[in-house]
Design a protein around this ligand. Sequence first.
Ligand code: ZN
Length: 94
Amino acid sequence: MKLPDVMRTNCPFCNAHKEHEVHLMRKGKEKMLSRGRRKYESVKRGYGGSPRTPKKEVFKIGKRVVTVLKCKTCGKKHQKVFGSRTKKRVEIGH
Ligand SMILES: [Zn+2]
């Protein structure tokens, strides 16, 4: 799947069609000392086990393409998800 590096779409902040830089959304590194993480660790401690139901094994083929669009006029970012799931490698800059 090929995506352009500059795209002209609607900016929700400018409320108009503007040029956007296209970047791929990547999962950030998990912070081990974040509030939610500390809370989860404290709940999990001791007798009683995990408060959440364990994940079922679901096999999905491919992933949705999530892009971060940065407006060239106001400089703000927003996300856009490209419809269906794809197994193919996503390339930007074509
Ligand atoms: Zn904008």
